[in-house]
Design a protein around this ligand. Structure first.
Ligand code: NAD
Ligand code: UGA
Length: 321
């Protein structure tokens, strides 16, 4: 049993990770400040099961302001998932929020990790660090050329993780998650929006012509990769791992699948393509398979079905973001 801090614990992925770590018998501290990126109620619902668990402690607070020695001094491992997530909303004035929530938070945590002799630090990075692919799968040696300010902020945070690993021996691992979906998915993400709008009989909005491709990863697969990274003793400098679901799809096909599973004919409106949105993502997750024993277990249709079932059970419809 370990004492594990999960930052961003009330978020989509963080809350699933918390549930999984509690199930495995760990003592879990969840930390979140309920940013206004989406509603506080939704996030409170995400952690409603965890907060009544006897091995769970919740800290409501901002990583930019908390005394992190106090927080990190009493745990063995950290999974750092807190951040500002949207790719397309990271331009303009809003970039300041991304530097604060993605870069400065990570630097503050790493400082505290270096001072407090942490056993493991896992950073939730993103496929967005790569930028456009060249039409084939990307592995971790592929040069990073982010196509959005968000991707750049995640890459800057990764560089901090490598720096503190090199200079201060923080035993860290970096996971690059590829588009994550499943129950509790953030309300502005594609599948969440398509399901809610379909339920309300309203047209879905596809950005561009819908031919853009995404490697889609079911949330329980992401959680298993994160648990494996927490369990591994990092050797040497922080290493990055792609975590992809093994299935790629066009956005157009996502709309089709949602319609088919819900038994609705979805009306589709097309908006302009959005700056920062790459044409395609494609993970080579071979390194994670070899070194973390990672193997995605949920096929796309099954995963979408699970997300729809969850949404229709009243968790996320009819109110949508
Ligand atoms: P989310 O917005 O649901 O969760 C992030 C949580 O972090 C939120 O609950 C927010 O309140 C909290 N938070 C933000 N800034 C904070 C701060 N300063 N102090 C304390 N709490 C703070 O997002 P998510 O989709 O669960 O993503 C989790 C992580 O995974 C993020 O770092 C994101 O960049 C990364 N990621 C997500 C995806 C995806 O498809 N969802 C893909 C790649 C990477
Ligand atoms: C997702 C997450 O939102 C990011 O936090 C994460 O870092 C990123 O994955 C990643 O893999 O690194 P994204 O792939 O844009 O980003 O995921 P969605 O928001 O689900 O969008 C998928 C595609 O659907 C995009 O091409 C988007 O333009 C499109 N889309 C989205 C629509 O056409 N309509 C919508 O209403 C929403």
């Amino acid at each position: 049993m370990s004492r594990i801090l999960v930052t961003g614990a009330a978020g989509f992925i963080g809350s699933h990770l918390v549930d999984r770590l509690l199930e495995a018998g760990h003592e879990v501290t969840g930390l979140d400040c309920f940013t206004d990126y989406y509603s506080r109620e939704t996030k409170q619902q995400n952690i409603s099961r965890a907060v009544v668990h006897e091995r769970f402690r919740f800290i409501e607070g901002d990583l930019l302001r908390l005394d992190l020695d106090e927080v990190i001094g009493v745990v063995d491992e950290v999974a750092h998932l807190a951040g500002e997530p949207g790719v397309r909303t990271s331009w303009g004035e809003r970039f300041a929020i991304y530097t604060e929530r993605n870069v400065q938070t990570t630097q503050r945590l790493l400082e505290a990790a270096a001072r407090n002799g942490l056993e493991r630090f896992v950073y939730a990075s993103s496929s967005s660090v790569y930028g456009p692919d060249d039409g084939g799968p990307v592995d971790e040696e592929t040069p990073c050329r982010p196509a959005s300010p968000y991707g750049l902020s995640k890459l800057a945070a990764e560089e901090l993780v490598r720096l503190y690993g090199r200079e201060h021996d923080v035993p860290a691992t970096i996971l690059r998650y590829f588009t994550v979906y499943g129950p509790r998915q953030r309300p502005e993400m594609a599948l969440s929006r398509f399901i809610s709008l379909a339920y309300q009989g309203e047209p879905v909005e596809v950005f561009g012509d819908g031919s853009q491709m995404r490697e889609m990863t079911y949330v329980s697969d992401i959680v298993e990769a994160t648990v494996a990274a927490l369990a591994m003793q990092p050797q040497g400098l922080p290493r990055a791992y792609n975590v992809g679901g093994g299935t790629r799809t066009t956005v157009r096909n996502l709309v089709r699948l949602v319609g088919e599973i819900m038994g609705e004919r979805l009306e589709v409106g097309h908006g302009p393509p959005v700056s920062g949105d790459v044409r395609s993502t494609w993970a080579d997750s071979g390194r994670a398979a070899r070194e973390l024993g990672y193997e995605p277990g949920v096929a796309l249709e099954k995963g979408i079905e699970a997300q729809i079932r969850w949404a229709l059970a009243g968790h996320r419809v009819p109110s949508i973001a």
